[in-house]
Design a protein around this ligand. Structure first.
Ligand code: THU
Length: 137
């Protein structure tokens, strides 16, 4: 389990996640989230939280990034970085954990804030025993 530390996260993912954070659409909560992931090909995909006047259809940043990756035909990622301007780097919600688990339970997740605090986990640490569908015979 991660402790907050000053270790440096991947610089390229941090730069892209900050760009996504800038583009976040969060007029209702005022809480912007930026995410960037490194897919198996080496390509980096980004995602931001995109809120909606109908609150429940808001899309989280991590889900946006995973969906961008999958929409581009990729199915695996090795690292995902979440950037928020929070005193403690924000931790992915339960739904985001399940979305990440679908494609990369062993991926490394970096949670980062502007002060340089970093928390590091694997997806499996964030979501032990995540749901996997067993199809009926
Ligand atoms: N949010 C994310 O983008 N990721 C999470 O894991 C949790 C929450 C967003 C959704 C909403 O726009 C804002 O943060 C406040 O909940």
């Amino acid at each position: 389990m991660a402790e907050t530390s000053r270790l440096s996260p991947p610089a390229d993912l941090l730069e892209v996640a900050k760009r996504a954070w800038t583009n976040a659409y969060a007029p209702y909560s005022g809480f912007k989230v930026g995410a960037a992931l490194r897919a198996e090909s080496g390509a980096i995909y980004l995602g931001a939280n995109i809120e909606n006047a109908s609150y429940t259809v808001t899309r989280c940043a991590e889900q946006s990034a995973v969906q961008a990756m999958a929409s581009n035909g990729e199915r695996r990622f090795s690292e995902l970085l979440v950037f928020t301007a929070a005193a403690q780097p924000a931790s992915p919600c339960g739904a985001c954990r399940q979305v990440m688990h679908e494609f990369a339970p062993e991926a490394t997740v970096y949670l980062v804030n502007p002060q340089g605090a970093v928390k590091v986990y694997t997806v499996a640490e964030l979501l032990p025993d995540g749901f996997a569908l067993e199809r009926p015979a």
